[in-house]
Design a protein. Sequence first.
Length: 320
Amino acid sequence: MENIGKLLKEKRLELGLTIEEISEKTRLTTKHIKALEEGDISFFKNDLSYLRFFVKSYCEAVGIDFEDVKDDLRECVDDYTMAFTNTMTMEHEEMEKRISKTELSKVSKTEEDGKKVLHHAHTVRKKNKKKMKKPDFSLVSLIAVAAVVAIILMAAFVIYLNSSKKDDSPDVKPPVADVPSEGATNTYPKEDEKPKEEEEKKELTITKNDATHYTVTDYKEGDEITIGTLFIGCDTAYSVTVVEDGKSNVLSDPAGIIYYSKDHAEKPVDAKVTAKKGTKVQLYFGHIYNIGVKVNDKSLKIDESVMYSGGSYTLEITFG
């Protein structure tokens, strides 16, 4: 990775370009550009699937053929991934050893405590046997008397309830229907006077212009539109940019980060935009493979040449 970074930096200096100018051309941050030039692959540990796009963008900005460095880049990523995996495996094994030692010490302590408890219980039982006395018959007699009194009181209460039910005969009057007075008008609305139901919302129409451009029509100006994206078969960097009146705004919700299929194969990442004629919504994917996009539950028909390409694409949706 150091060799690739050195090559990029030398070419930039040869062309007399600054890091800020490369940033404007590639839309990469200056921190990303410096990390690339220094060959600091650990800087991209959370964006390894996106690193290929970073390097490719830089190569295009300074006129280097990406094919010349593609194999070296893949080898660097594989080596870093392998080293990182080995480190995590060793740390995991060490953690398991520590946990095993802790558990063994706990088991030993538990067994020791258990023996002490059993010994104490045995001692208590011996003492109790010595202290046993004859049963207290006065207490038994008192309980028996209390039980008899309780039974008598309960029987008297039941008899009282039965006699009360016989005496009470509630008067139930049949309901009387209201009779309308003479001259009264019927207050029921006529069929043609019933309130009209709300007009059904128009269903959006999505027209596919080419492989990456779409036009949305049949919407209501000012309505909030939801664009949901599913990452079914890929982990990729993703961001949403809204272009309105010639001004671009990268949305912070959803954030421009890497999204993983394990989290969003079924749960969509939603972006909320306001429908306005001429507004464009740009969905940027660093790596496309088997995705799903819906506009208010209406699916985009993504071209197969894009869907399974594995490349970087921007899908643009325009409100026409």
